[in-house]
Design a protein around this ligand. Structure first.
Ligand code: SF4
Ligand code: SF4
Length: 428
């Protein structure tokens, strides 16, 4: 074994970061993988030990270190519990980057993930073409045939909805004027998965922001936020994508904006950390980044006119509640809808198991993490489940469908949008 491992050579700050942990164990009960396995190595404290051991050159970077960092959801529930302020998410990204750089992220699934993230997701036109092909395959039933031959494809089919037709996946208008008394101007990040699979959510977001008095600009040249790449240990691609967005959101349309709004918790967390990825250059974008619910709550929601007589469970996306500390704003917005009954459920702040590409790479653990949430949602028996992240929407929707539950998953802004329009989600 070398005196200093590749992990230490690559990023000496990891050793310092790991020393912030005082081993108190307060984070353990919040960790989904620890709760399931009961193994110290699968806990935040255990993983920090492993990172530290590798950083000090005492254990190899591969083997159990790569395995346990791969099994981590990156949900950052441990950060919410930590009294020492350990920045576990950043450590995880640096650790995974070291593992990827050392060629230790092994197996066809990781290779496929790397190819898809670097060569397709990072390029909006290629991603759009890929979803068009997938949609065609779904309409021809080719995905079903492939699923019969390949268990992995069959599993992935269960997670993916039908790809919407091209009209529903068109880009948002570059400018939408404020309605009523104008309060300001915001820029919107379209996102990658959101734009391709949840175009309705993006359009609802624009309408709700406009209804609240904001001009909405959608800058040209923006693209993927790079969060998925960072979680996979590809920090160079995430920095490249962040640089593109810094340029796209600097004075969009030649005028300043009050905020750069995102409706995806993962993207919002990434935008808010642009200053860490790009010290100096990324500070303005990080300062302006707001989740759509956070922004509407911050500026004061205009009371919706219509009512929605429905029971709604709000489920916290990890990258909203744990990475950005936002949990009450979406609940306050939903509670402002006349007729809507916000129903608490017992597992709202735990990860759903989606975690970017985790549900494809760690299938068994992902499903085991999801189960308690589905139990809690079944007990609460809502009409709708509202959550603000596309990965969570896909994972929870797939779970409730598999269980035969009647509840459907929506984004909070869809409920607000329908309350403004005076009708329920799904109604035209
Ligand atoms: S990020 Fe989530 S899964 Fe990973 S150690 Fe922290 S709590 Fe556990
Ligand atoms: S709560 Fe923080 S300090 Fe305590 S064991 Fe977990 S990471 Fe370490």
């Amino acid at each position: 074994m070398s005196e200093t491992s590749p992990l230490f050579d690559l990023d000496p700050s990891l050793l310092d970061d790991s020393l912030d942990c005082v081993h108190c164990g307060l984070c353990l009960s919040a960790c989904p993988t620890y709760r399931i396995t009961g193994r110290e190595n699968s806990s935040p404290r255990g993983r920090i030990y492993l990172i530290r051991g590798a950083a000090e050159g005492k254990i190899e970077l591969g083997g159990v270190v790569a395995e346990e960092l791969g099994l981590c959801l990156g949900c950052r529930a441990c950060e919410s519990e930590c009294p020492s302020g350990v920045e576990y998410g950043a450590m995880l990204e640096k650790g995974r980057a070291a593992i990827a750089d050392a060629g230790l992220r092994k197996g066809w699934a990781y290779r496929l993930e790397g190819f898809a993230l670097r060569r397709i997701v990072a390029f909006p036109r290629r991603l759009h073409a890929a979803f068009s092909l997938l949609g065609l395959a779904q309409r021809l039933g080719m995905d079903r045939v492939a699923g019969l031959l390949l268990p992995f494809v069959d599993y992935a089919r269960g997670l993916l909805p039908r790809v919407p037709r091209a009209a529903a996946r068109r880009r948002l208008p570059a400018f939408t004027p404020a309605q009523g008394e104008r309060r300001g101007r915001v820029a919107l990040l379209e996102g990658c998965v959101m734009a391709e699979l949840f175009g309705d959510v993006n359009r609802a977001t624009v309408r709700v922001l406009a209804r609240n008095g904001y001009d909405v600009v959608v800058p040209e040249g923006q693209g993927c936020c790079g969060a998925l790449h960072a979680h996979a240990g590809d920090l160079s691609t995430s920095r490249r994508l962040a640089t593109k967005n810094v340029e796209a959101f600097a004075l969009p349309g030649g005028e300043p904006v009050d905020a750069v709004v995102s409706n995806s918790a993962g993207c919002g967390a990434a935008l808010g950390e642009t200053d860490q990825w790009l010290p100096g250059r990324g500070e303005e974008l990080a300062r302006q980044a707001r989740d759509v619910c956070e922004w509407l709550d911050e500026v004061g929601l205009r009371a919706p006119s219509g009512s929605l007589a429905a029971r709604v469970c709000y489920d916290d996306p990890c990258h909203l509640v744990h990475a950005q500390g936002i949990s009450s704003a979406p609940r306050r917005l939903l509670s402002a809808i006349p007729g809507l009954e916000l129903v608490a459920h017992a597992d709202a702040e735990s990860c759903c198991g989606a975690a970017g590409t985790y549900n494809l790479l760690q299938r068994e653990m992902s499903q085991r993490v999801l189960e308690p949430k589905l139990d809690a949602l079944a007990a609460a028996d809502p009409d709708w489940i509202a959550t603000g992240n596309p990965g969570c929407m896909l994972q929870i929707e797939a779970g409730v469908r598999a269980r035969g539950m009647a509840a459907r998953v929506v984004h909070p802004v869809e409920l607000l949008d329908r309350a403004y329009a005076g009708s329920a989600p799904g109604e035209s």
